[in-house]
Write a new protein. Structure first.
Ligand code: AMP
Length: 287
């Protein structure tokens, strides 16, 4: 496994692979890897000839500086996991490699209304920082396939728009959310939960599963939110939002017939850890 720290070295290596006709898969991460990330690697290895994983904790997407400081960085363990997963190359840039002081990496991208609700509303600046780093990483790696998790559904929707708007020649592949045994979506932040809270946090996913039937049979989003938040009235739980949205536009929907793909998304603080999750409630593929 190659570990690249410099952009030019990574690009030389990628160019050689591409010249040999190899299809490149790319998995961007912020490290503190768990099986959710490794499922993206697995998918990339199945769909591509070589897989590159980047580990970069992007300061521009943290609206809360304390969250950035607390973000876990177990780099040795991460490299070991990637090595055993059969990754060909890891990109470990410094902030200066991604945002060089001698030229601007800012992009003129309007993520549209999809960026102003949910995560966009509660984490101002998060999506512009995220879009900028993903654009920069795609510009460096120029992959054939980009693998992202459904876990961050809104992020993925915004990257889909970024790819469309800039006509980037990359195939975006969404990978399903990997969960712990109790249903809690795997996240790098879960290690900050006490064992009791981690156990209880399985209720987030289970509540979204249970609420689906009510929505399908006519319950309003208001009622669903009230009922789910009632369940979250537990010690150390503090729900932030619950929205039911069109999976393509992220516009809020009111009833089951409003869209072909319907996704419920929520954010909840458990102890001082902010957890997000979502579930696809309706998936009608139109072809
Ligand atoms: P992060 O390191 O949190 O920026 O995540 C890097 C990528 O891994 C993103 O595309 C995430 O959506 C994806 N990811 C994170 N957690 C999971 C999970 N539990 N299941 C599937 N994908 C995930």
């Amino acid at each position: 496994m190659f570990i690249f720290k410099r952009v030019a070295h990574l690009q030389d290596w990628i160019q050689k692979k591409k010249a040999d006709g190899r299809k490149v898969g790319f998995v961007p991460t912020m490290g503190a890897l768990h099986y959710g990330h490794l499922s993206l690697v697995e998918k990339s290895r199945a769909e591509s000839d070589v897989t590159i994983v980047s580990i970069f904790v992007n300061p521009k997407q943290f609206n809360d500086p304390a969250d950035l400081v607390k973000y876990p960085k177990p780099i040795e363990k991460d490299l070991e996991l990637l090595y055993t997963s059969g990754v060909e190359a890891v990109f470990l840039p410094e902030v200066e490699d991604i945002y060089p002081s001698h030229h601007s990496t800012a992009i003129h991208f309007d993520p549209g209304p999809a960026a102003s609700t949910m995560e966009g509303e509660f984490r101002p600046g998060h999506f512009s920082g995220m879009a900028e780093v993903v654009y920069r990483l795609l510009d460096i790696t120029k992959p054939d396939n980009l693998f992202m998790g459904q876990k961050d559904f809104q992020q993925l929707s915004i990257i889909r728009k970024l790819i469309e708007d800039f006509k980037l020649p990359v195939n975006l592949i969404m990978c399903p959310t990997v969960r712990e045994a109790n249903g809690l979506a795997m996240s790098s932040r879960n290690v900050r939960l006490s064992p009791e809270a981690r156990d209880k946090a399985g209720i987030i996913h289970n509540s979204l599963v249970e609420a689906k039937a009510a929505f399908k049979t006519g319950a309003s989003v208001e009622e669903i939110r009230r009922n789910v938040f009632e369940v979250f009235k537990m010690e150390n739980f503090r729900p932030e939002y619950l929205e039911v949205v069109d999976g393509f536009t992220l516009a809020k929907v009111q009833s089951y017939n409003d869209a072909n793909q319907i996704v419920v998304c929520c954010a909840v603080y458990v102890e001082d850890v902010r957890l997000i999750d979502n579930l696809i409630w309706k998936q009608n593929v139109l072809n």
